[in-house]
Design a protein around this ligand. Structure first.
Ligand code: GAR
Length: 210
């Protein structure tokens, strides 16, 4: 089976990128990372890419209007024949011109159970709201911020005495599981969008993920 060509966009630490690299290296994810791109020159994600001989691209947003910047990103991705764009901690809001160009081919990981707590600091929002459960969501990206169809979600408890840090850590552990899993489901052709929702076919999904 051909490997799905993906690009990972990340602004910082890159632990979700690492979970994708690890899943590919252990043979659980049939994908190939065509490049990792960042808007931050010294992002650790770029360093992780280099360590694994993956092309690391710093795309400098300074002095560019949003449309112009995103058209630079789109050009870089198209040049590398990227089939799926994975936003893994990419801390920018894409314009409609970009999300429509990659419609159905761009996903994001967000650390809350969307539609709860979109936007910034979702873990803090969850603590402030006093919910007893939170989690993370992999979803298709549309022009509506954190609003596209959910593909996979994982729940975690919110515990007495949790701080933003402890909740963030507990959620992150689940992010590292569901992001590579969602990419594999897409690579296997098991995800389609119908009526504004993502329909996931688990029928014979390998138990390598259990
Ligand atoms: C992750 O928790 C990801 O869900 C979040 O940023 C973190 C990046 O960590 N993304 C967002 O909040 C996007 N709205 P990482 O760089 O270690 O993968």
């Amino acid at each position: 089976m051909n490997k799905l060509r993906i690009a990972v966009l990340a602004s910082g630490r890159g632990s979700n990128l690492q979970s994708i690299i690890d899943s590919i290296e252990k043979g659980a994810l049939n994908a190939q990372i065509a490049c990792v791109a960042s808007d931050v020159k010294n992002a650790n994600a770029l360093e992780r890419a280099r360590e694994h001989s993956i092309e690391a691209l710093f795309l400098d947003p300074r002095g560019k209007a949003k449309e112009e910047y995103y058209s630079q990103i789109a050009d870089a991705l198209e040049k590398r024949r990227v089939e799926l764009v994975v936003m893994a901690g990419f801390m920018r809001i894409a314009p409609a011109s970009f999300t429509s160009k990659f419609a159905g081919r761009i996903i994001n990981i967000h650390p809350s159970l969307l539609p709860s707590f979109p936007g910034l600091h979702p873990q803090k929002q969850a603590l402030e709201a006093g919910v007893k459960e939170s989690g993370c969501t992999v979803h298709f990206v549309t022009e509506q911020v954190d609003g596209g169809p959910a593909i996979l979600q994982a729940r975690v408890p919110v515990l007495e005495g949790d701080s933003e840090e402890t909740l963030t850590e507990r959620i992150l552990e689940q992010e590292h599981k569901i992001l590579p899993k969602a990419i594999e489901l897409i690579a296997e052709g098991r995800v389609k969008i119908e009526g504004g929702k993502a329909i996931v076919d688990y029928a014979v999904f390998q138990d390598k993920w259990l």
